[in-house]
Design a protein around this ligand. Structure first.
Ligand code: NDP
Ligand code: PYC
Length: 355
């Protein structure tokens, strides 16, 4: 890994951003790796996580970038993580791969399982990867993007800890349950979306708490179910809310079922019970589906692709943007600049983890 010299110039970035420190992507990756191995994680597990955290910073997904090292190390200290876990891949059926993460983190399990998933989808047209027994804290877009690079469409779902109330209720039942989808495009960056089925990811609310900002309406409630704009009240006493009312609630339920009982793993309620207040990352399963378009086309695969492009044009031609457009712009900016801006306070907190 590159040398991790953190003597950097403080730069003032415009508008409301606080003082930031410029780090190269190599430095972000090296710092992540050092922190994780310092806390006892094996090289293979730490490398897989460091790559994802670096991708998060590169694409300016701050709630799932370096900030996640704080919860990763808390998980290593307080959770039941097997620090040198080696995921075990099982070929369950012609279209089903299962990976037992062995209570390590999800990233390495995905890396090893996705190879067989791709082999299978090339033969069956549709294939599923079920990851079990993994600690999960990351965004899902890196996974669907990795699959889309093979020319397949992909869907990924996972529960988390029960922090989110169902529409019409106020007691947490669902996790923040993200869903990500990717579609390959010839000669263009893929179509990818990835969002929580809560109004916003919990990590985002944690960042609001860190910076003392009031929450927008519709993100959370207090313990009695009254709307609250106080991040600590929502995070520690009340509940987060789903996006889109009962529609988000139903999608969150589907994710609980497909990436929980269907694959023999925990729901968000069960994951939180097992955590027993330790504050570790959720531990449960993940379901990833891949579709090879060549198997579904009625003959003219190229024409089908072109019709998909017309759909995208129908969105962008009127000035609307595609999901991931902001992220892809951030990526090209980071790659062109050769560095990313990390809030000074966050970098200090992360460096503290090396003490
Ligand atoms: P957002 O509400 O910001 O939604 C993100 C998605 O919506 C991105 O694909 C984003 O693209 C797209 N998007 C945002 N604004 C627009 C717009 N105006 N027009 C079109 N598309 C738009 O994110 P969330 O807070 O819901 O989730 C953030 C991350 O947290 C996700 O990556 C998710 O995987 C992760 N997460 C992980 C969990 C886990 O358990 N592992 C749990 C919950 C969340 P763009 O990026 O280009 O803005
Ligand atoms: O931000 O909601 C979130 C989250 C949960 C687990 C990992 N990220």
């Amino acid at each position: 890994m590159p040398d991790n010299n953190l003597q950097h110039k403080i730069v003032d970035v415009p508008t409301s951003a606080p003082n930031c420190v410029a780090l190269t992507l190599e430095e972000v990756q090296a710092l992540s790796y050092r922190v994780l191995t310092h806390h006892g994680l094996s090289a293979a597990q730490a490398q897989a996580i460091a790559r994802i955290i670096t991708a998060g910073e590169r694409d300016e997904c701050h709630s799932h970038g370096l900030y996640r090292l704080l919860s990763c190390t808390r998980t290593l200290q307080n959770g039941g993580v097997v620090r040198d876990a080696t995921p075990v891949v099982s070929d369950r059926a012609p279209g089903v791969v299962a990976v037992d993460a062995q209570f390590g983190f999800s990233q390495l399990a995905f890396e090893v399982g996705s190879k067989l998933l791709i082999e299978k989808v090339r033969k069956t047209g549709i294939a599923a990867l079920a990851i079990n027994n993994c600690y999960h804290f990351s965004a899902l877009w890196p996974e669907v993007e990795a699959l889309v690079e093979h020319g397949v469409a992909a869907l990924a779902l996972t529960p988390s800890h029960s922090w989110v109330a169902p529409a019409g209720g106020h007691r947490p039942v669902f996790g923040t349950n993200p869903i990500a989808f990717g579609w390959p495009r010839a000669g263009a960056l893929p179509y990818v979306f990835d969002f929580a089925t809560s109004a916003v990811a919990r990590g985002e609310i944690e960042l609001y708490r860190r910076s003392g900002r009031a929450l927008p309406e519709g993100w959370g409630v207090d313990a009695e179910g009254n709307p609250s704009s106080d991040a600590s009240t929502v995070l520690d006493q009340g509940a987060m809310l789903t996006f889109g009312g009962y529609k988000g609630s139903a999608l969150a339920t589907m994710i609980e079922l497909l990436a929980g009982p269907l694959i023999g793993d925990m729901t968000s309620v069960e994951s939180r019970i097992v955590d027993a207040g330790a504050g570790a990352a959720p531990c449960h399963g993940e379901l990833v589906l891949a579709f090879d378009p060549q198997f579904f086309s009625q003959g003219d695969f190229r024409e089908d692709r072109l019709r998909a492009e017309k759909l995208f044009a129908g969105i962008t031609d009127q000035g609307a943007r595609l999901p991931s457009q902001r992220r892809f712009s951030a990526r090209s900016r980071s790659l062109a600049n050769g560095c990313v801006q990390i809030p000074e306070a966050l970098l200090k907190d992360v460096q503290q983890l090396l003490r």
